[in-house]
Design a protein around this ligand. Structure first.
Ligand SMILES: C[S@@+](CC[C@H](N)C(=O)[O-])C[C@H]1O[C@@H](n2cnc3c(N)ncnc32)[C@H](O)[C@@H]1O
Length: 298
C-alpha cells in the first residue's frame, strides 16, 4: 500500500496504519512545520517529505506511482466552532481552511482507491461542500470513546462499514502522571476557586496578570478533558488538571496519552511545540479503527 498524506503533521496516519496492522510500502507526506517534520522523521525516517501542498504540482503527483490511499486533515482554523462568532471565521474561504481545495485538487488528480479526510464539526453549508466534492457523507466520531479527551471530528472516507469505536471508558485519572513525578514547572501557585468534587471543572484558576482577570478551567480527574487544541504558544492556554489539592497544566506526555500516541512520541521538540503538534494531531486509535475497515477488503 502506497500512501500520500497531506497536512501530515506528526504522521499520526503512519502510527494508525501500524496499529491497524496495514503494511505501508511508501509513505509520502506534505507538511510545512519543521518541528512536526522532525517528529515524523525521527520515527519514520523513510517518509518522503514533499513540503508545501500548494507547491505540489501535477508533475510531482504523476511521478508518485500507484498511490492507493490519500489521507489528510486540512487546517480547521476558519471552520472551527470556536471561531464561529469571530470575523475571521471565513469557512472554506478562510486563509487556512481553503487549503482543503488542495486536497480536492490532489484527490481529483490521483483518483486514489481509498481516501480519508478529517475535519472539525462545522457549519452545514461548508460540510455539504466537502461532501459534494468527495461524494461520501461524513461520519462523526468523538475520540472520547477511546481516550480521556473529547474530540468530535468528521471523517469522510470510502472505507466500508465504519461503525463507532467501542467505548473504552477512559478518564483523566487513567492517563495522569502521579503527582510526585510531576516536575515543579507544571504546577501553579496561584489563587483558584474550588467548584466542587463532582464538577468536571473542579476549579477555576486565576492566572491574571495586572488588573484583568483571566480565569482558566481546571479539570477533575474523574472527567474527560475538553478537546485539546494547538495551544503551545504559551499564555497559559494548555489544559489543566486538579491533583493532590493543587492545580497544574497537563504535561506533554499526558497530551500524547489523550491522543492515544505512544509516550514521549514528540519528545525531540520543545514542550510548546509538543502541545501544539499533539493538539493539532489525530487520535491515533480512532484513525486505526477506521483503517481496520480495510482488513478483509480485496
Ligand atoms: C490539523 S493539522 C493535521 C495534523 C495531522 N493529521 C497529524 O497527524 O499530526 C494541519 C497541518 O497542516 C499543516 N499545513 C499548513 N499549511 C500547509 C501547507 N501549505 N502544506 C502542507 N501542510 C500544511 C500544518 O502545519 C499542520 O500540521
Amino acid at each position: 500500500m502506497n500512501v500520500l498524506s497531506l497536512f501530515d503533521g506528526i504522521s499520526c496516519g503512519q502510527l494508525a496504519f501500524e496499529r491497524a496492522g496495514i503494511k505501508i510500502d511508501k509513505y509520502f507526506a506534505s507538511e510545512i512545520e519543521p518541528k512536526a517534520i522532525k517528529v515524523t522523521q525521527k520515527h519514520y525516517p523513510n517518509t518522503t517529505q514533499m513540503g508545501d501542498v500548494t507547491q505540489v504540482r501535477d508533475g510531482d503527483l504523476s511521478s508518485l506511482q500507484g498511490i492507493d490511499f490519500l489521507i489528510g486533515g486540512s487546517p480547521c482554523q476558519d471552520l472551527s466552532p470556536y471561531k464561529l462568532n469571530r470575523n475571521d471565521a471565513k469557512g472554506l474561504e478562510g486563509s487556512k481552511s481553503k487549503l482543503f481545495y488542495h486536497y480536492e485538487r490532489v484527490f481529483k488528480y490521483i483518483k486514489p482507491r481509498y481516501f480519508l479526510l478529517e475535519n472539525v464539526v462545522m457549519e452545514k453549508e461548508w460540510e455539504d461542500i466537502i461532501t459534494e466534492i468527495l461524494g461520501v457523507e461524513p461520519i462523526l466520531i468523538n475520540s472520547s470513546l477511546v481516550s480521556a479527551a473529547e474530540r468530535k471530528r468528521l471523517y469522510w472516507t470510502n472505507i466500508p462499514n465504519i461503525s463507532q469505536p467501542e467505548d473504552k471508558g477512559v478518564f483523566i485519572k487513567d492517563i495522569i502522571v502521579p503527582a510526585n513525578e510531576v516536575p515543579d514547572k507544571y504546577w501553579y501557585d496561584l489563587p483558584f476557586i474550588y467548584n466542587g468534587d463532582d464538577k468536571k471543572v473542579q476549579c477555576t484558576l486565576d492566572v491574571q496578570k495586572g488588573f484583568q482577570r483571566n480565569m482558566k478551567e481546571v479539570y477533575n480527574q474523574n472527567a474527560k478533558c475538553n478537546t485539546l487544541l494547538a495551544d503551545g504558544d504559551g499564555g497559559n492556554r494548555q489544559k489543566k488538571v486538579y491533583q493532590d489539592g493543587r492545580c497544574r497544566k497537563f504535561m506533554p506526555i499526558e497530551y500524547e496519552r489523550m491522543q492515544t500516541l505512544p509516550d514521549n512520541y514528540t519528545d525531540c521538540v520543545s514542550d510548546s511545540a509538543r502541545y501544539s503538534a499533539v493538539g493539532n494531531g489525530w487520535t491515533v486509535d480512532v484513525i486505526a479503527h477506521i483503517f481496520k475497515g480495510l482488513n478483509g477488503v480485496k
